[in-house]
Structures are given as C-alpha cells and as structure tokens.
Design a protein around this ligand. Structure first.
Ligand code: SF4
Length: 77
C-alpha cells in the first residue's frame, strides 16, 4: 500500500500520487497516460495531472491495480 508520507515531491498536489517504492516499470503510464508520466530525471514515474473526469478517474484506479509494487496512492491531500 502506498504511503503518502513518502510521496515523490514532483507529483502534482492532490489525491493521486506515486511513492518512493516505484520501480519505474511504466505500467501506470500505459493504464492512465493522461495522468502519469516519467519523472524529469527518469528515475520514477509521477502523477502530473489529477483526473478531471470519470474516464481519467477509472484509468487512475486501473493504474493502482496494475502497479506491481503497490506504490500508487489515492489518499493524498
Ligand atoms: S506502475 Fe507503479 S512501479 Fe510501475 S512505474 Fe507506475 S508507479 Fe512505478
């Protein structure tokens, strides 16, 4: 389960985030390309935009389900 105290600082503020357990596998980008991207340093993936409609919300939930290390949270501020 993701830990919001360990979220990467380059996630945008809000509900969804990636924490420091990310292994940069890219599955979240495949599931939710409107919301996840690789970080600028290429070290991990981040949420660059919070979902703005039902479809994006569903895709972010899919990203959580697909993440192999369960490092995507939806309990952010
Ligand atoms: S699916 Fe999870 S481990 Fe893979 S890049 Fe996305 S956040 Fe990181």
């Amino acid at each position: 389960m993701a830990d919001k105290t360990r979220r990467f600082e380059d996630n945008v503020p809000g509900k969804y985030y990636v924490d420091e357990d990310c292994i940069s596998c890219g599955a979240c980008i495949d599931a939710a390309p409107n919301n996840f991207k690789e970080s600028d340093d290429g070290d991990h993936d981040v949420v660059f935009k919070q979902p703005e409609n039902e479809e994006e919300e569903k895709q972010c939930q899919d990203a959580i389900a697909e993440c192999p290390v369960e490092c995507i949270g939806d309990d952010g501020d």
